[in-house]
Design a protein around this ligand. Structure first.
Ligand SMILES: [Zn+2]
Length: 117
């Protein structure tokens, strides 16, 4: 892969990491459990249930985002090692069209479908 293309991908991955960090802190700010006034103001029980649900939804969203964050970190490590663009599992060259679409991917289409099934 041409170094300038690699640089471009690296930059977009780093931008993505920044965005992810912001997303996580925004989600955490929306989490009622992180509200300092949350501390046992003992509102009605249904209020608590709603807060619990919001909290769980936010936690789940954060988990999904963190998985993506991890993928991006691994992709960046592979750029550093000069292994980016090759499948981590079978070592096949990943088509550029796929990398362009999902820059954090570290598997070829075949391996990814095998891992996920
Ligand atoms: Zn593969």
């Amino acid at each position: 892969m041409k170094p300038n293309i690699l640089e471009k991908i690296k930059k977009s991955l780093l931008d993505e990491l920044d965005k992810i960090k912001k997303q996580i802190s925004e989600l955490q700010a929306d989490d009622p459990f992180n509200d300092p006034e949350h501390v046992n103001n003992n509102a009605a029980v249904d209020h608590d249930v709603r807060e619990q649900e919001t909290h769980q939804r936010i936690e789940a969203e954060i988990d999904t985002i963190k998985e993506r964050q991890q993928d991006i970190r691994i992709a960046l490590q592979r750029i550093e090692k000069g292994r980016y663009g090759y499948c981590k599992r079978c070592n096949t060259k990943i088509p550029y069209a796929r990398l362009e679409l999902i820059p954090e991917t570290i598997y070829c289409v075949k391996c990814e479908s095998e891992i996920k099934t």
